[in-house]
Design a binder for this molecule. Structure first.
Ligand code: UTP
Length: 293
């Protein structure tokens, strides 16, 4: 048996307009909204790095320059941080930049996250890759992508796999949930999926395992995307293309252990800020006390 090539590339779409956060997104990307002291997108990049990813392909667009600048070398900060004794912060960021390379491709019309992925086809270069929504934060002991890659290799999967996370029954109306006869036991981490059902009514939901925007994909997804009709909101969705792939071959889900915050949604974003502030090593205790009062 030939040894399977390790997955080293991740596509992160950041070209969306972020209309739910208007007017905050008039001139700045929603992916740059801070959760305590880091922008949301940095948490996702760190999750990728901690999972062994070596190249991030950002699908970017107009008004998104701040993301490129954020991950660039900024000499003017170096002096100021050193002057303020913030050597650790400087080193942490430098180390991060050394571990990963960034490629940028553009999406000129915001036609959905599936369309954004199509813009990255050449950069993916015919290999299996990871796809992460750049505004979906997952707090987990083991980074979500690492959980998925570990299960992918262990189960010798060669097809597409989606990460799924358990949500409360009342929440399914806001999510894409999977249709599958999945095992109840939490220790079965990978299982076959029939399709993803977007925003079902509670009584019609086929499961409470929701899609937090994490996939392991192969180049077959590009053909599927080209054949996928626009769906909700007239956009081309990866979840629809993923479901379409399942008509002709097995597709899989992997249970992620963790807590998801959809930071494209105002309430969820605020929950992320509060939860991360409560866990902060520097002022978390003071913040918790203040909240209790
Ligand atoms: P969302 O659907 O949450 O982003 O996409 P959006 O369209 O910007 O949100 P609203 O509804 O207008 O508030 C999830 C991810 O896909 C990217 C977004 O930037 C986000 O990281 N995306 C979405 C694109 O790159 N291109 C698109 O056309 C749509």
């Amino acid at each position: 048996m030939t040894k399977k090539k390790k997955i080293k590339k991740a596509v992160l779409p950041v070209a969306g307009l972020g209309t739910r956060f208007f007017p905050a997104t008039r001139a700045q990307p929603k992916e740059m909204l801070p959760v305590v002291d880091k922008p949301v997108v940095q948490y996702i990049v760190e999750e990728c790095i901690q999972s062994g990813i070596e190249e991030i392909i950002f699908v970017t667009g107009r008004n998104k320059r701040a993301i490129e600048d954020h991950f660039d070398y900024l000499p003017e900060f170096e002096e100021a941080l050193l002057k303020n004794g913030m050597f650790e912060s400087l080193k942490e960021f430098d180390d991060l930049r050394k571990m990963i390379s960034f490629t940028y491709v553009r999406q000129d019309k915001q036609l959905g996250n599936g369309h954004a992925l199509l813009c990255a086809e050449k950069a993916v270069n015919g290999q299996a890759f990871v796809f992460c929504n750049a505004d979906d934060l997952i707090y987990a002991k083991e980074p979500a992508i690492r959980q998925m890659l570990r299960a992918y290799y262990k189960n010798e999967i060669v097809e597409e796999m989606i990460g799924v996370i358990e949500v409360a029954k009342q929440q399914v109306v806001k999510c894409g949930v999977i249709k599958a006869s999945y095992p109840d036991k939490k220790d079965r981490e990978v299982f076959e999926v029939e399709a993803i059902v977007e925003k079902p009514k509670i009584e019609k939901a086929p499961s409470n395992l929701a899609n937090p925007g994490r996939y392991i994909l192969t180049p077959s997804i590009f053909e599927a995307l080209r054949e996928t009709e626009p769906g909700i909101g007239g956009e081309i969705w990866i979840s629809d293309a993923f479901s379409n792939l399942g008509k002709n071959k097995p597709i899989y889900a992997c249970r992620i252990e963790g807590k998801r915050y959809d930071c494209g949604n105002k309430l969820e974003y605020l929950k992320a800020v509060v939860d991360f502030a409560k866990m902060n090593g520097e002022f978390g205790r003071d913040f918790r006390r203040w909240l209790e009062k």
